[in-house]
Design a protein around this ligand. Structure first.
Ligand SMILES: [Zn+2]
Ligand SMILES: [Zn+2]
Length: 322
C-alpha cells in the first residue's frame, strides 16, 4: 500500500509506494482510509516533541471505510483499556496511551490497523473529507467548550466566553458556543484576518490582545503561550474557568491572590470516546460545524506540513487517498 512515513526526528516525510500492509491481531480490524486531516500535533511529532517510536506513519484525523460498518471516523486516542481513565471512557487521558499517528501507525496511508470496532464511529450523513478534522481539531475544541458549558448556561445571556486563538480549533469552539449557549462569544487573535474569520463563523466580538477585551466567565486558550495564559488569568472572572488547550508550553504563577478568587484553571486534552459520538450527532443536526476544508493528495503530505508550519492556511487541511 501507499503510505507516508516519518523516518526520524526532523526528517522530511517519505512517500512509500510499497509499504507493508498493516497486520491485525485478535479483535483488531482494518479500514481503507478515505481522508486524513493534518494537525499541528503532526509537526510536534516531526520536531521530536513527543517520544514517538520512529519510523512511523503519521495521521490521527482519519476517516475511512470499514467492511462491516461502512464509512467511519477513527477515535484515535487509543488507551491501555485497563486503567481508571480508560474504564471511565477517557482513553485520551490514559497514562499508557498509544495514540494512532502519534505513537502508533496512523492514517497517512491507504489502509490502517484499528484495535477494535469500538474505535470506529459511523459517519452516516457526513462528508468523510470535510468531517475528518472533527476527529482531533473538532473534538479537542468540543471537550474544551464542554468544560465551561454548565457555567455558561447558568449565566445565560449575561455570560461572556473568550476564545484565544481563532485558528482551526478556535473557529470550532466559536461555533459550538453559539450553538449550545446564549453567551457572548469574544475572539482574540493577533492576526486581523483571523479576527475577521472569527466574526464570520459567529463570534460577537473580535479583538487583538491589546484591545481591552474585558472580563469573561470562561476563557479557552487555544495557544497556551505564556502571553495568552497571562491574558486569560487577567480576563477570567472570580469563580470563572480557564481551560488551556494549546501546546505552546506557557507557564504562569498560580496561587491564592495570584489569580482571581476561586477561578479554576485546567488543561483540556483531546476528547472522550462518547464525546466523539456526541460531536458527530451535533454535526449531523448542525451542518455548519462541518466547514469546507482544503484538500491535497496523500503524496503532497510534505507540502501540507510546510504550509501548516508557515501558517499558510485559512482552516484545516485534509489529505485524500484518491
Ligand atoms: Zn488506560
Ligand atoms: Zn491533532
Amino acid at each position: 500500500m501507499r503510505a507516508v512515513v516519518l523516518g526520524g526526528v526532523g526528517e522530511g516525510l517519505e512517500v512509500v509506494d510499497d509499504h507493508a500492509e498493516p497486520v491485525v491481531g485478535d479483535g483488531e480490524t482494518i479500514i481503507d482510509v478515505t481522508a486524513c486531516g493534518v494537525c499541528g500535533s503532526d509537526l510536534h511529532v516531526v520536531d521530536g516533541d513527543f517520544p514517538s517510536n520512529l519510523p512511523m506513519i503519521l495521521g490521527h484525523e482519519v476517516t475511512g471505510v470499514h467492511e462491516r460498518l461502512g464509512p467511519v471516523m477513527v477515535y484515535a486516542p487509543w488507551g491501555c483499556r485497563s486503567c481508571t481513565q480508560c474504564e471511565a471512557g477517557l482513553e485520551q487521558i490514559c497514562p499508557d496511551a498509544t495514540e494512532a499517528g502519534l505513537f502508533t501507525d496512523g492514517g497517512y496511508a491507504e489502509r490502517m490497523r484499528i484495535p477494535g470496532e469500538s474505535y470506529l464511529s459511523v459517519l452516516e450523513g457526513l462528508d468523510p473529507v470535510a468531517a475528518a478534522p472533527l476527529a482531533c481539531g473538532g473534538l479537542t475544541a468540543y471537550r474544551a467548550v464542554m468544560h465551561g458549558l454548565d457555567l455558561l448556561r447558568d449565566r445565560g445571556e449575561a455570560g461572556r466566553a473568550l476564545v484565544i486563538g481563532a485558528g482551526g480549533l478556535g473557529q470550532y469552539a466559536i461555533r459550538y458556543l453559539r450553538l449550545l449557549t446564549d453567551t457572548t462569544v469574544v475572539a482574540v487573535d493577533l492576526d486581523p484576518a483571523k479576527q475577521g474569520t472569527a466574526l464570520e463563523v459567529g463570534a460577537h466580538e473580535a479583538f487583538g490582545p491589546d484591545d481591552g477585551i474585558g472580563t469573561a466567565d470562561v476563557v479557552l486558550d487555544f495557544l497556551g503561550a505564556e502571553s495568552t495564559m497571562v491574558l486569560a488569568a487577567e480576563a477570567v472572572r472570580r469563580q470563572g474557568l480557564v481551560a488551556v488547550v494549546g501546546l505552546y508550553g506557557g507557564r504562569i504563577p498560580f496561587g491564592l491572590g495570584a489569580v482571581p478568587h476561586e477561578a479554576r484553571f485546567m488543561s483540556s486534552f483531546w476528547g472522550s470516546r462518547a464525546q466523539l459520538d456526541d460531536l458527530l450527532d451535533l454535526a449531523r443536526s448542525e451542518p455548519s460545524i462541518v466547514q469546507p476544508v482544503e484538500t491535497l493528495p496523500l503524496v503532497d503530505a510534505q507540502l501540507a506540513h510546510d504550509r501548516l508550519r508557515r501558517g499558510d492556511l485559512k482552516g484545516r487541511l485534509v489529505l485524500t487517498m484518491k
